[in-house]
Design a protein around this ligand. Structure first.
Ligand code: NOJ
Length: 556
């Protein structure tokens, strides 16, 4: 079927279902809650939804440990509630993409239970290895969440590989039967009417032959032997050919450690294995490779990441744009300022929403939700955070320092319930919330922002509307006018004679901005800004975290 690439003109909203909205009062977000909020999502201007996993799951990694791929967890309302949401979204002209998590399953999945008992045809569905002499592990790889990447199974008397939690065994994608299962899953959801997939750590699905030791990477040993592995492109091409190509879809692959050059091997439109990638470089402007190795924020690093992807993919592949998701702390707390929460939140929106690509907004980002800092480490729910707190440098760092570390780096920062109103539990549930609500919900919530024209929520609405109205923002070329500046991001987009100029200050202190050559601000319309709009010649001195967006129409 013809691929119309409809995703290029859309703006997506990411729902992490557990914390979005509880509709049945059991304290856990669900699809009834999503259904109630479809109009809200539409009011933002979003016309696409990415659902983090909704399938039945023991919940060790909040749904990324799937025990049945062909169903919806009853906790979220089951298939019936899903149908209603899917139809409701389609009626509103929205597309819906599901999370496809096939690097691993839950250990409670029937396949794994049969595999550990060597019941055919499941024996080789996972990556099993005998112990080395002396009971040693098959290799030196680390898991990303819980110590070493191998777990001994008493029943089978072998080790199995788990790149993530112990309860997330890796599938053996080299087994053609496993690939048939993946295709069945794809076809099943496509037949239900979903419009595509966000593919979880999809670059991990092919491991290097022989599973060799890794002597390069000190913290996540092994990653160079399973990321972009030898057969990953064959497998993606196979999924496209046998399952996806019959539908007009959007496929978005999550890709840790990927350069834009390598990304083209996946997203070059002539190859068409994936449509876009979730890269991590724009999330590494204040850390080294992972959120747990913090560095001071550098606007230059952020700009460099955006610019490289904008330029390298131009005309060949498509970008996915984001600053938040369920795996990273809140962006205002990282790249902006909690003191200038609203101003910096607006500026950050401008820094990425007008780039070329498909923007994603993560639940609560549009409200300026910020990090959550519990006093008690036991309040953390995330498997990675809990392990990190208990084990990382625990022999030298006191508890309170490790707790501060989690405050800064934990994924749970982004997973507290959505703040709908100043009512009890932030209006998220009428029951007891499954997870702590951030104490600031009385001031930071959707209801308080709904009718305030200057709120962050309404700013997002205006920014998205602008993107929709101006083709130059969706399809124009990109130029960074001040790549060396450590405080300003000044970029433009151009389509024919039409241009848009975006000016963002990443700092509190005043900075002198002068329009780049060829841009006469007196001929432009100031279409979006986060402070008053006084005229100021062909430049101005910035206010804290100021942003402005100028539009130069065709004839100006
Ligand atoms: C990436 C997902 O975004 C994350 O939440 C999950 O824990 C891992 N993959 C493992 O599935």
């Amino acid at each position: 079927m013809e691929q119309t690439r409809w995703y290029k003109d859309r703006v997506f909203y990411q729902i992490w279902p557990r914390s979005f909205k509880d509709g049945d009062g059991d304290g856990v977000g669900d699809l009834y809650g999503v259904y109630e909020k479809l109009d809200y999502i539409q009011s933002l201007g979003c016309d696409g939804i990415w659902f983090s996993p909704l399938y039945p799951s023991p919940g060790v990694d909040c749904g990324y440990d799937i025990s049945d791929y062909m169903d919806i967890d009853p906790l979220y309302g089951g298939m019936e509630a899903f149908r209603k949401v899917l139809d409701g979204a389609h009626e509103r002209g929205m597309k819906v993409i599901m999370d496809l998590v096939v690097n691993h399953t839950s250990d409670e999945h029937e396949w794994f239970q049969k595999s550990r008992r060597r019941i055919e045809p499941y024996t080789d569905y996972y990556i099993w290895r005998p112990a080395l002499p002396g009971g040693k592990l098959p290799n030196n790889w680390d898991s990303q969440f819980e110590g070493k990447a191998w777990q001994w199974d008493e029943l089978r008397q072998e080790y199995y590989l788990h790149i993530f939690a112990v309860k997330q065994p890796d599938l053996n994608m080299d087994n053609p039967l496993v690939r048939e299962e993946v295709k069945k899953i794809l076809r099943f959801w496509l037949a239900q009417g979903v419009d595509g997939f966000r593919e979880d750590v999809i670059t991990f699905i092919s491991k290097k032959d022989g599973l060799p030791n890794d002597y390069w990477m000190p913290t996540v040993r092994g990653i160079f032997h399973y990321n972009h592995g030898p057969r990953v492109h064959d497998y993606l091409a196979e999924f496209r050919r046998d399952a996806l190509s019959g539908y007009d879809t959007f496929t978005l692959g999550e890709a840790p450690l990927v350069s834009p050059r390598r990304a083209l091997d996946y997203v070059d439109e002539r190859r068409g294995q994936l449509d876009a990638m979730i890269q991590f470089q724009s999330m590494e402007a204040d850390c080294f490779m992972t959120d747990y190795v913090p560095l001071p924020f550098s606007a230059r690093r952020l700009k460099r990441a955006f610019d490289r992807w904008q330029k390298k993919l131009d005309g060949r592949g498509w970008n996915m744009l984001y600053l938040e998701n369920h795996d990273h702390p809140r962006v205002i707390s990282r790249y902006g300022s909690e003191k200038y929460r609203v101003e910096s939140g607006k500026m950050l929106a401008c820094a990425y929403l007008f780039l070329k690509g498909t923007p994603f907004i993560y639940q609560g980002q549009e409200l300026g939700m910020v990090n959550w800092r519990p006093d008690d480490p036991d309040l953390y729910e995330d498997v990675q955070t809990r392990w990190h707190y208990a084990h990382m440098l625990s022999h030298i760092l006191p508890d309170r320092v490790r707790l501060k570390w989690c405050h800064r780096s934990s994924r749970d920062n982004a997973r507290t319930p959505m703040q709908w109103s100043a009512e009890e539990h932030a209006g998220f549930t009428t029951g007891t919330p499954w997870f702590s609500v951030n104490d600031n919900y009385r001031t930071i919530n959707a209801a308080a922002q709904e009718d305030d024209p200057d709120s962050l929520l309404n700013f997002y609405r205006r920014a998205i509307r602008l993107r929709k109205e101006l083709r130059v923002i969706r399809h124009g070329s990109f130029t960074d006018h001040a790549p060396l500046s450590g405080s300003l991001y000044v970029y433009s987009r151009r389509l024919g004679n039409e241009r848009v100029l975006v000016v963002c200050s990443f700092v509190e202190r005043p900075v002198r901005f002068r329009a780049p050559d060829g841009f006469d601000l007196s001929r432009a319309e100031l279409v979006l800004c986060n402070y008053g709009a006084e005229r100021s010649g062909n430049g101005f001195i910035t206010k804290p975290y100021e942003c402005r967006v100028y539009h130069f129409a065709q004839n100006r």
